[in-house]
Design a binder for this molecule. Structure first.
Ligand SMILES: NC(=O)c1ccc[n+]([C@@H]2O[C@H](COP(=O)([O-])OP(=O)(O)OC[C@H]3O[C@@H](n4cnc5c(N)ncnc54)[C@H](O)[C@@H]3O)[C@@H](O)[C@H]2O)c1
Length: 385
């Protein structure tokens, strides 16, 4: 079994280390900050002990997993790795520097992978001399719990590296989807309108946050409403992803961030982690209540789901990923109750198109433009499944 190297012991690095060690690999983790590595080692032990308490893992397995993970103080100790997954700060220059340094210590057949959420995989690969062994392997947070992993070949990645990476990640008990190196990949691109359109509805005063959250859960069956989810993810992370995705799409208005979220971010009201975001999480806080009006909820749901479906359809149209992978990504990566393309068939493509055309007529904003594929399919009376 190959040795696995992980660079960065933050939320993602330590989660991925746990996943690989669970699958039986010897894992070597390096973090530039020794304190971060120490904290990660302590947290890892605590999280495994919790699993044992909940009977989700035996004591023997916990001991085996812990003995498989080595926190190293020097990057050189990762030299025998068969794969190295980088999960450091989301900064392209720092990532490139790390891969340049890594290439001089690993063997020629070591796969080099990045867990970046929003940077170009091909651009990071360009820092490597042997860039055909470079690939994007994108886990979701928390990595031990979330089943999805997006596999993103760079323009430079060779076919055998893609196949080996997919087999390896599958052997770690994860579901893989493959997607083109485009901003936000599948999940972080398609999910943008779940947040953006919800905030827009709130900004227009159509409904309060609790009502919008209730509508999406009650009518759509989502586990969390958009505002609850944004507060959970953190506005520092969620706002930044929106900004980066929009910039990388050459400022396409479909991905325009909202001032409401920007202000929360600027005020450091990050959500749950800071005690306040859209909702107030302090003790005795009084939050707005949902107005449980079914007709209003149906309208809110129709608007947000049509925007989500439109993005999923455009993702397919532009060959970013396959139909099945797009649906799998949204159900396994963000727990959507149904795949959006299957949902589109259920609602009716004609209805989705009508909803978007009405929004386009009312707002005259390019953000509501229907995908060419949606129009084509309605014309030809086609379905996705
Ligand atoms: N947090 C998420 O929800 C999430 C989900 C998927 C992907 N990602 C991506 O994973 C990566 C890591 O995210 P995170 O949330 O774990 O970050 P984090 O801030 O929790 O951890 C990053 C760690 O990297 C270390 N580090 C920074 N520069 C380093 C260097 N040059 N060499 C070695 N270690 C270095 C830091 O000390 C820190 O411990 C980012 O690229 C992020 O976009 C994050």
């Amino acid at each position: 079994m190959i040795k696995v190297g992980i660079i960065g012991s933050g939320a993602m690095g330590s989660g991925i280390a746990q996943v690989a060690a669970f699958a039986g690999h010897e894992v070597h983790v390096y973090d530039a900050n020794p304190i971060a590595a120490q904290v990660a080692a302590e947290n890892l032990k605590k999280s495994l002990e919790k699993l044992v308490e909940k009977s989700k893992c035996t004591k023997e397995k916990m001991t085996e997993v812990l003995s498989n993970i080595y926190f190293q103080s020097s990057i050189d100790k990762l030299s025998e790795s068969g794969i190295i997954i980088e999960a450091i700060v989301e900064n392209i220059d720092v990532k490139k520097e790390v891969f340049e340094a890594l290439e001089s210590i690993v063997s020629d057949d070591c796969i080099l992978a990045t867990n970046t959420s929003s940077l170009s995989v091909s651009s990071i690969a360009s820092a490597c001399k042997k860039s055909n062994r470079f690939i994007g392997i994108h886990f979701f947070n928390p990595a031990p719990l979330m089943p999805l992993v997006e596999i993103i070949p760079a323009l430079q990645t060779s076919e055998d590296i893609i196949n080996t990476s997919i087999s390896l990640i599958k052997s770690w008990n994860k579901t893989t989807v493959i997607c083109k190196d485009t901003p936000g990949f599948i999940v972080n691109r398609v999910a943008r309108s779940f947040y953006g359109e919800a905030i827009r509805i709130y900004e227009e005063g159509i409904a309060n946050i609790a009502t919008i959250d209730w509508a999406m859960k009650e009518i759509g069956g989502f586990k969390m409403g958009p505002f609850e989810l944004m507060d959970f993810i953190g506005h520092d992370v969620n706002y930044k992803v929106t900004e980066i995705v929009r910039e990388q799409f050459f400022f396409d208005p479909r991905f325009k961030p909202s001032l409401t979220q920007k202000r929360l971010y600027e005020a450091k009201r990050f959500g749950r982690k800071s005690g306040i975001g859209f909702y107030d999480y302090s003790e005795n806080a009084i939050n707005v209540e949902a107005i449980k009006d079914k007709d209003l909820a149906e309208k809110i749901f129709a608007r947000i789901i049509s925007m989500l479906i439109n993005e999923a359809i455009d993702t397919l149209y532009l060959k970013v990923a396959s139909r099945d992978d797009i649906d799998l990504a949204m159900t396994k990566g963000v727990n959507y109750p149904k795949g959006l393309l299957a949902w589109a068939d259920e609602i009716g493509l004609g209805t989705v198109l009508e909803n978007l055309e009405t929004l386009m007529e009312v707002y005259e904003e390019d953000r509501y433009r229907p995908s060419v594929l949606l129009k084509q399919m309605v014309r030809e009376k086609k379905h996705f499944y």
